[in-house]
Design a protein around this ligand. Structure first.
Ligand code: NDP
Length: 421
């Protein structure tokens, strides 16, 4: 049956089409390197070119690739542990569903115990990650390229039914970039699902901790700003791992193939650019007055409250529309049999979860002060990403729900920011 379900040719190309697919695999790694170099310079300017230009010895650290492979190997071993429950993903086009093991939180907990034990015993000198960050980022970029190439080669041998609806253009460069195969698996090991939340996301926290330890080494104690950045982002990652099952309904899993975009995003972009604030603070210490710190904590709490409540409301509703927590909410019926929420968080704007996420992003940058743009890179990039993601989601929802979606847009006219956008 599965082999008879064909994946149609992808006609609408995203991310700038062929040109984007050619340029982004070069531009994205260069951006990561540029940001890391800027972080280390005194001016920390996003707009000037790095000086001095890094030496080859800084860019290529022998053993860094092996270290990353060992890290991914550890996370893969934890993923395979028979801990946590096994759940089913969304129905595929042929009606079948794939099984996924939900044990990201357990993997994080075991990794934390190993890291704390390693650091406390002196076996693990995590602060060296600060000095080797450039080399590690280069290794992560190489790893992503190799992985994406292997994934593309593999996708040429799978039945057409296994291809991603958005990554079957027939143009190799584009399909390599966007992802040709939807759910590449080795046995029950799902490569895309594994990469989405584990090595990169937990790796991001590890880099943050390394920056905190480096600051401790340099100044005798971690600063309040560094503690806040670490704590906020720890909460965010732990939340994502605790609610790991929610990733199964995202467009990354349901719609996007696994190619360079997600491989690089998960393994290189997230750990090395999302940790920029902590990285920045090592070389650019900031004094935070208690009142300022309290204000930033409140802002993060507000963002988290909106983000979590909105996501939980939709997830609860999607799991069981009759759940007492959501049963009283107003809805619009659609021709697919599913309903759309038009009250509660999803009646405020069409993506309240993005709103909360962006408020948190701002709270992560504010501890770095207002003198530099660099620590605000994440807020700016993330705003662009979520506006683009919202447009992609909107496009898919309109295709899925037709006039019901138009009705929803009429009832809830703002996309992310109430009364603004
Ligand atoms: P969303 O969780 O926003 O889900 C969008 C889907 O929700 C739609 O496709 C539709 O799917 C359903 N939906 C939309 N409107 C309604 C409604 N009114 N009622 C019921 N269902 C509705 O998708 P994302 O994957 O983009 O985001 C998930 C989370 O991840 C967000 O909090 C986001 O901020 C975060 N995120 C973080 C990133 C990062 O790098 N830090 C990157 C990307 C996302 P259907 O109807 O099929 O259920």
């Amino acid at each position: 049956m599965a082999d008879k379900v064909r994946t149609q040719r992808t006609r609408e190309l995203e991310f700038g089409g062929l040109l984007g697919a050619l340029l982004l695999p070069v531009l994205l790694p260069c951006t990561v390197l540029h940001l890391l170099l800027a972080c280390r310079s005194e001016e920390a300017s996003v707009f000037s070119l790095p000086s001095p230009v890094p030496s080859l010895a800084e860019l290529w650290i022998p053993g860094s690739l092996l270290l990353l492979l060992a890290w991914c190997g550890l996370q893969a071993a934890l993923y395979l542990l028979p801990l946590g429950q096994v759940t089913e993903g969304m129905p595929l086009r042929d009606g079948t569903r794939l099984s996924y093991r939900i044990n990201g939180f357990q993997a994080f907990a075991i990794t934390s115990v190993l890291v704390v034990a390693g650091v406390a015993s002196g076996v693990l000198r995590l602060s060296v990650v600060y000095d080797g960050c450039l080399g590690l980022a280069v290794a992560a970029a190489i790893l992503s390229f190799v992985l994406a190439l292997l994934l593309y080669a593999r996708s040429l041998c799978v039945p057409e039914s296994a291809l991603a609806p958005g990554g079957n253009s027939g143009k190799p460069v584009y399909d390599f970039f966007i992802g040709h195969e939807l759910n590449p698996r080795i046995g029950s090991f799902d490569l895309k699902y594994f990469c989405e939340l584990r090595p990169g996301l937990i790796g991001w926290l590890l880099i943050n901790l390394a920056m905190l330890l480096k600051e401790w080494e340099l100044r005798g104690s971690p600063s309040l700003a560094m503690i806040l950045v670490n704590a906020f982002q720890l909460l965010y990652v732990v939340d994502a791992l605790w609610h790991e099952e929610a990733v199964l309904t995202t467009m990354d899993i349901v719609n996007d193939g696994f190619g360079f975009m997600l491989a690089f995003g998960d393994l290189a972009w997230v750990p090395f650019t999302y940790s920029l604030q902590a990285h920045f603070l090592v070389g650019h210490p900031q004094e935070l007055a208690p009142a300022t710190a309290a204000g930033i904590i409140l802002l993060n709490a507000l963002g988290y409250f909106i983000f979590r409540s909105a996501n939980s409301q939709k997830n609860t509703f999607r799991r069981n529309p009759n759940d007492p927590k959501v049963a009283a909410l107003e809805t619009i019926p659609t021709a697919t049999g599913r309903q759309l929420l038009v009250s509660g968080w999803w009646g405020l704007v069409r993506h309240p979860n993005y709103l909360g996420d962006l408020i948190m992003a701002l709270a992560w940058s504010l501890p770095c002060g207002l003198a530099h743009l660099l620590p605000y890179f994440y807020v700016i990039y993330f705003t662009v990403l979520l506006i683009h993601r919202e447009a992609r989601d909107e496009h898919q929802c309109r295709r899925k729900y037709g006039s019901a979606w138009n009705e929803y847009c009429k009832r809830v006219p703002y996309r992310i920011f109430p009364y603004v956008y």
